[in-house]
Write a protein that binds this ligand. Structure first.
Ligand code: NAD
Length: 356
């Protein structure tokens, strides 16, 4: 076995149907009593449900969480946090709302309880991406990591099927890249394979029957494991490409991850034969080929496969390739302009992934 170093991030996880009822106990555990609730504009009903559970004992509700954590919204929320004398933050929602919670928590030192309602995974990471004047910067700090995460499957029942699928593949992408991370280790590999197995087996069921609590539970469990991978080891080509595409061409987060993942894996395949074999074993329909397994999974989910469907133009392919190779970073296969351009072109055109 290769030598490795292993770091576990210290977060408390409370998992299960109805687990938001445990929020009062979780606040008491932290000796806080005036939480500021955070949500997005479309999830105020879920925030209202939390207010009821807390018998109205909240410092306030700020419901303007926005994609990419713009700093002007954070400033507004900070002002509100101070005037309401909040002693803690509770964020309920997807990565956008959790991002706002992290931004307030790192600026104030207030404890942060996350209640995720998508599979994006921000709740398990010490990473914060923020946007100021159109420019997104990312930083990592152990103090950004939320202290408590409550995963309640009941909150995910309303996640539309399309977003459930793309958000689930977004989670799988974290685990796939964890398997070949420079600092991967045997424990992270176990989490990654179990996370992928749980999501790949439950997402097709969930698409056919969105009200299946067992499929939704399995998907949320898988999302947690994949998020742990994202928070523990470094990512590579796939995440760098999605960051470039999202930031430079304003493409949607989960949908971009979904389209790019099979192509990024096809690119790295020649450099990671052992990982490909392990992945194929947890992807139904792979017949021993993990790239085929992802192609089959995406087909069964009925998701869009082309970046051009989200407004990317053919000229953007060249620009994206240029940006993707401009800053060196770790990847199991060296990042070379020509095959990366072809990878992006195939993702733009919506082709099935195949060897690159
Ligand atoms: P999101 O938080 O923007 O949510 C997408 C939409 O889904 C919103 O309109 C939201 O209201 C709605 N929604 C969420 N849960 C719902 C539910 N259960 N029922 C009905 N509607 C629901 O999207 P996301 O994909 O969760 O997060 C993306 C953002 O998170 C990006 O900005 C990304 O950069 C960030 N992110 C950060 C990290 C990190 O480690 N820092 C990790 C993953 C994602």
């Amino acid at each position: 076995m290769d030598a490795f170093e292993y770091n576990a991030n210290p977060a408390r996880v409370v998992f299960g149907s109805g687990s938001i009822q445990k929020l009062p106990a979780e606040l008491a555990r932290l000796s806080v009593s005036a939480p500021l609730l955070l949500s997005g504009p479309h999830q105020t009903d879920q925030a209202d449900a939390l207010t009821k559970i807390l018998n109205g004992k909240i410092a306030g509700l700020f419901s303007e969480a926005t994609m990419h954590t713009p700093t002007n919204i954070t400033e507004k929320a900070l002002e509100y946090t101070k005037t309401q004398k909040a002693d803690s933050i509770v964020s309920i929602g997807g990565g956008s709302t959790i991002g706002l919670g992290k931004a307030i928590s790192i600026r104030t030192g207030l404890p942060h309880i996350c209640i995720p309602t998508t599979y994006a995974g921000s709740e398990m990471t010490p990473i914060l991406g923020e946007t100021a004047e159109g420019c997104k910067t990312t930083r990592s700090d152990p103090k950004i990591l939320p202290g408590t995460v409550i995963y309640d499957v009941d909150l995910t029942m309303t996640l539309p099927v399309g977003l459930s699928s793309t958000s689930g593949i977004n989670a799988i992408a974290h685990a796939v890249e964890a398997l070949y991370a420079r600092n991967t280790n045997p424990v992270v590999s176990l989490l990654a394979l179990e996370g992928i197995r749980a999501l790949a087996s439950s997402l097709p069921i969930l698409v056919k029957d969105p009200s299946s609590t067992s499929a939704r539970s399995s998907a949320l469990y898988g999302a947690w494991l994949c998020a742990t991978c994202l928070g523990t080891v470094g990512m590579a080509l796939h995440h760098k490409l999605c960051h470039t595409l999202g930031g430079s061409f304003n493409l949607p987060h989960a949908e971009t991850h979904t389209i790019v993942l099979p192509h990024a894996l096809a690119y790295n395949a020649p450099a990671i034969p052992e990982v490909m074999a392990k992945l194929a074993a947890v992807l139904p329909g792979s017949e021993g080929d993990a790239v085929q397994g992802l192609n089959v999974l995406l087909k069964s989910l009925g998701v869009k496969r082309a970046l051009k469907d989200y407004g990317m133009t053919e000229e953007d392919v060249e620009k994206a390739a240029e940006i993707a190779v401009s800053n060196p970073y770790y990847n199991p296969r060296p990042v070379e302009r020509e095959p990366v351009r072809e990878l992006i072109r195939r993702a733009w055109a919506g082709e099935d992934a195949r060897p690159l």
